[in-house]
Design a protein around this ligand. Structure first.
Ligand code: AMP
Ligand code: ZN
Length: 664
């Protein structure tokens, strides 16, 4: 094969693997083999720029940066949908449309996925552009970002028409959303509020390689074009699926509004089992000829109707707004509510997010507010019941000074959050950093809890985590509630933390954006804190999955005189600041590129040891089985549903012994 043929063959092959992996969720080769082929293609393309193709699978990793997104008019307007909330609403709708068209009406019922709407244009089977909904008439050209979403085909299969638009929703599955949030929280940042906003925010990121890292998916639901030879909406869905798009399988035909309601009732319950957020059902007249006759109002098609699931809502009185200071100094306003039952739990507090949110909803102490629990982790306040606002209630004045240390707050250009800049003198920030240091996933110091840290800080016994190692039992005993025994336990717990491995110490330091996973990666790569401290931003970004933000944060952490002094004191006290010989000796790349799921109880090693063995040998551990799992390591009492899932996806199930032989 000449280089051109080789490039084309690799592109075809990688496209097929992408489709198997991301659309069908059923890969036929390992991630490692895939990466090797991708690398081979990348090298060939670099050597032969004359064969450039804007839709090559190598462009999936992103890299292009867009400063300003170009505005593009939509060929077919992107309408909104009318909403309905009851059986009566749907029956009224049916009456209206029956007056306008002849013959029986059949409906498609689809789930209404909650993400960012998107219009994709394909020409001769290749993705030409991707445009956001915008105002419905024109949107932003986000093609470079959308190309990094692996379930968006760059080259279609089958008998696709030469030119058409296809519409869908870019969504962020709960799994991926939660994982992103865990990392944010570990890095001391505010978690993202919900998957939808995070998905639409992702599309507007300037750096497409950042988009490529987010586990976004694209679900399609309608095709627009001329002379497509398609006669029903249901056929639309089937065609799109056949051309290689990811089209949800939940759509169903209904012959009456009663059947529609059955679908609604079923999914109102079962939507909680889906990997994505949904907020209702979309009902469409199935026959496209009838759709044409019905046409549109100024805002929405007459032939479609959204049925909104009821979000659980309650109204209650907002007693007080208080302000919390996090370990990074970020201020979070908290609504303290009159306790109210919502979705089976008692809600007493809700986050108010930031000053803008309070101003936008004009939320005041003493107001009656609506609280809702949707896809969010914490309940949110949807608005104020103005009819019940009492006289004399005054607008909320956001605080200007830190509630804890009275320093004037700052707010950076373009950021919604206020910060207390008094990093080294603000008690909750001081305590917060130490609490993070001693936490279970960090130094796991037994005998020392979060409240004791606050006491120690208040009594000026400690100011930072290095001070912990100079505490004596005698100093601690006079503190409230401290018995002699507990004081000794505390000191022993601190002593024992000197054995905690380097990667966890690195996480414990509380460097912004360095969560557990990043800390592991850095420890594995640099092996000693001295090597890490000497690393430049360029060195750091060269490591797989370390981006600019992390690199910048690491460098600026060690640039600080104060932080370097802290690290040196930890070192002097014997805290592990390099990978131990033992760990080093046990690390291999045997399992490079393989993903494992561990299930059941094991005889020779504990579950945690097993996971550690996987990671020490270069493999990845995942919580749930998918087409991307390489092996399930099964112990005694493996869950039957896990077994069925593994079998149906063809994931090999291996025993503890098989695994140990694998790494021997
Ligand atoms: P709304 O924004 O509430 O007016 O609802 C209209 C939006 O619902 C559309 O712009 C789509 O982004 C979204 N949507 C989600 N799922 C579907 C679906 N199956 N059919 C049509 N629209 C959908
Ligand atoms: Zn402060």
């Amino acid at each position: 094969m000449n280089p051109e043929q080789k490039i084309n063959a690799l592109r075809d092959e990688l496209r097929e693997h992408n489709y198997n992996y991301y659309v069908l969720d059923n890969p036929t080769i390992s991630d490692y083999e895939f990466d090797m082929k991708l690398k081979e293609l990348q090298e060939l393309e670099t050597a032969h720029p004359e064969f450039y193709d804007a839709n090559s699978p190598t462009l999936r990793v992103g890299g292009e940066v867009t400063k300003n997104f170009e505005t593009i008019p939509h060929t077919y307007r992107m309408y909104s949908l009318d909403n309905s909330y009851s059986k009566e609403d749907l029956e009224d709708w049916e009456k209206r449309i029956k007056k306008l068209v002849d013959g029986d009406i059949q409906y498609t019922c689809e789930l209404k996925y909650d993400g960012a709407s998107m219009s994709l244009t394909y020409e001769n089977g290749k993705l030409l552009r991707a445009v956001t909904r915008g105002d419905g008439f024109q949107g932003d050209n986000v093609t470079t970002n959308v190309k990094t979403i692996k379930s968006v085909p760059l080259q279609l299969k089958g008998d696709y028409p030469p030119l058409f638009e296809i519409r869908g929703e870019i969504v962020l599955p709960f799994d991926g959303f939660n994982k992103m949030n865990e990392e944010r929280v570990a890095a001391g940042e505010e978690p993202y509020r919900n998957p939808r906003n995070t998905a639409s925010g992702s599309l507007k990121l300037q750096d497409s390689s950042e988009v490529a890292k987010r586990p976004l998916e694209c679900l399609l639901y309608s095709i627009k074009g001329e002379r497509l030879g398609i006669t029903t909406q249901f056929e639309n869905l089937e065609k799109a699926r056949a051309w290689g798009f990811k089209v949800p399988n939940e759509a169903k035909l209904a012959n009456s509004i009663d059947e529609v309601l059955e679908y609604v009732a079923y999914w109102d319950v079962h939507r909680h089992d889906l990997p994505y957020e949904t907020d209702g059902v979309v009902i469409k007249v199935n026959n496209l000829q009838q759709q044409e006759e019905l046409g549109h109002t100024s805002k929405a098609p007459r032939w479609a109707m959204a049925y909104k699931f009821k979000a659980e809502q309650a109204s209650t009185v907002l007693n007080e707004i208080t302000y919390q200071v996090g370990r990074t100094g970020a201020i979070t306003p908290v609504a303290n509510l009159e306790p109210v039952e919502l979705a089976g739990t008692i809600v007493k507090r809700a986050s108010l997010h930031n000053a803008d949110q309070i101003a936008k909803l004009d939320i005041r102490e003493g107001d009656t507010v609506y609280v809702e629990k949707g896809g969010e982790i914490i309940p949110k306040i949807m608005g104020v019941d103005l009819s019940r606002r009492k006289e004399g209630i005054v607008p909320t004045q956001y605080i200007t000074h830190c509630p804890e240390c009275h320093t004037q707050l700052i707010r950076k250009e373009g950021e919604a959050q206020h910060y207390c800049p008094n990093v080294s003198g603000c008690p909750p920030q001081i305590a917060g950093r130490i609490q993070h240091y001693i936490s279970r996933k960090a130094m796991d110091i037994e005998g020392l809890g979060g409240e004791t840290v606050v006491l120690l800080v208040e009594n000026q016994l400690i100011e930072n985590y290095a001070d912990l190692y100079e505490l004596t039992a005698d100093q601690v005993i006079p503190l409230e509630r401290m018995a002699e025994k507990s004081a000794e336990n505390l000191v022993q717990g601190i002593e024992a933390s000197k054995q905690i491995p380097f990667e966890r110490v690195l996480f414990a330091l509380g460097i912004r954006y360095v969560g557990e996973t990043v800390a592991k990666k850095l420890a594995r790569h640099y092996k000693t804190i001295d090597a890490l401290m000497a690393a430049s931003e360029e060195d750091l970004v060269a490591i797989d999955e370390i981006g600019d933000r992390i690199a910048e944060s690491v460098v600026s952490f060690f640039d600080s005189e104060e932080n370097r002094a802290l690290v040196n004191r930890l070192k002097a006290h014997g805290v592990q600041l390099q990978i131990s010989e033992e760990v080093l000796a046990n690390q291999t790349d045997t399992l490079q590129g393989k993903t494992f799921v561990v299930s059941g109880v094991f005889a020779k090693v504990s579950r945690n040891e097993l996971k550690k063995l996987i990671e020490d040998n270069g493999g990845k551990v995942s919580g749930s089985i998918s087409g991307k799992t390489s092996f399930v390591v099964a112990g005694e009492n493996m869950g039957p549903s896990k077994r069925t899932k593994a079998e149906s996806l063809g994931v090999p199930i291996i025993s503890e012994d098989d695994f140990l032989t694998m790494i021997a």
